[in-house]
Design a protein around this ligand. Structure first.
Ligand SMILES: [Zn+2]
Length: 373
């Protein structure tokens, strides 16, 4: 068969033997040696033949690449290479092949709900824009864009095209301006929801800032360092505190500190999510913001101002509550972070992209005669 057009042709000649690595058996390397034929094709001229076990110039057989890629989802790429006496590069090639095949063969639509999120990668302030499908039946990573600009997010809409974009019913995002702008422009028909996870993260960041500033001030003014090592006591959810942390927190709450007041405001805010009706949630939100504005704690006031200016989007959360399971974006975000942490070899955008699609993309895989896992 001609590798150019997949049609049969007559043999032109044989090349010197080529090695194809197969799945190792009982820890022994398995290699297939084969004299590739060249085909005298009527349309393509003289071409190397196509073989069912291999792809292009790859040294590994398809079955072996699928095998390595499968394990690379569970182990780090380095561990995968070590376990099967291969190299990091070969594992990378395998994952790349599987991902590329998957991206070419995946079905994109229909899409009813998406979530957009940014994530830091490499070192320093480099960001990626990740777009997820977040329906109950299907949660997967759809798109990765460089940076977190209007252009990177707009790239997603170029990929899916107008028709799919117009059928999106829900969009979850954080309060990042460029994303908000793209959503307004590209799918104005969708209900736009500010994700709970991002709001809680903002509150926690403000609280952390208050705590750090106050801790420094106490030390500077010569007070007892009561705020030392309390970071997680105030940031963690109450249910997740250890015995010791719970004790520290109870102790801390006796003091009249900005940190304590900020903490109580944050805890109070959690009630918001219990509401069923957007109307009452809105009333609670207004009261809470008013209270914060009187608190004279600047970082918290900043959050309250942001929430006020996004009030309508925030209340959409309650309009869509029944259709969307909350915490999906958070879960995917954590998985993405884990994928990047597991992979100390990932420095470039390209590798990060492949790794993320591989673990979160739910991509289809090429068929092989035998599966070894
Ligand atoms: Zn041909």
């Amino acid at each position: 068969m001609c590798s150019g057009c997949d049609r049969p042709g007559t043999t032109y000649d044989h090349l010197s033997p080529r090695r194809f690595e197969f799945v190792p058996l009982w820890g022994c390397m398995v290699v297939l040696l084969y004299h590739m034929r060249r085909v005298d094709c009527r349309t393509c001229g003289v071409r190397v033949e196509a073989v069912p076990w291999g792809v292009g110039k790859h040294q590994l057989t398809k079955a072996y690449m699928l095998f390595l890629a499968h394990w690379a989802r569970k182990l780090s790429w380095q561990e995968t290479a070590r376990s099967f006496r291969s190299t990091w590069e070969k594992v990378c090639q395998s994952v790349e092949y599987v991902v590329q095949w998957g991206l070419e063969h995946r079905q994109l639509g229909p899409i009813t709900a998406i979530g957009v999120d940014e994530i830091q990668y490499a070192r320093g302030h480099k960001y990626l824009t990740l777009v997820y499908q977040i329906e109950q039946q299907c949660t997967r990573l759809l798109w990765i864009g460089r940076e977190r600009t209007t252009e990177s997010f707009a790239g997603f809409f170029t990929l899916i095209g107008k028709e799919l974009a117009q059928n999106i019913e829900f969009v979850c995002s954080d309060m990042w301006q460029p994303y908000l702008a793209v959503i307004r422009e590209q799918c104005s028909q969708a209900i736009h929801i500010l994700d709970r996870f991002h709001i809680v993260a903002k509150l926690n960041a403000a609280l952390d800032q208050v705590r750090a500033t106050e801790a420094r001030r106490l030390v500077r003014d010569g007070y007892e360092p009561i705020l030392k090592k309390t970071r997680w006591c105030v940031l963690k959810r109450k249910a997740n505190l250890t015995e010791h942390q719970r004790f520290r927190l109870r102790d801390l709450l006796r003091y009249n500190l900005q940190t304590v007041r900020a903490y109580l405001l944050k805890e109070d805010f959690q009630q918001l999510w219990e509401y069923q009706s957007p109307h009452w949630a809105g009333k609670f939100l207004d009261d809470w913001c008013a209270q914060v504005m009187r608190s004279r704690i600047e970082p918290m006031k900043k959050v309250a101002r942001t929430l006020r200016s996004h009030r309508a989007l925030l209340l959409n959360y309650f309009r869509a509550k029944k259709q969307l399971s909350s915490g999906v974006v958070e879960g995917l975000n954590n998985k993405a972070k884990l994928t990047m942490r597991k992979s100390f070899g990932f420095r470039t955008f390209r590798i990060t992209e492949i790794a993320l699609y591989h673990t979160l993309g739910r991509l289809p895989e090429p068929d092989v005669a035998h599966r070894f896992y």
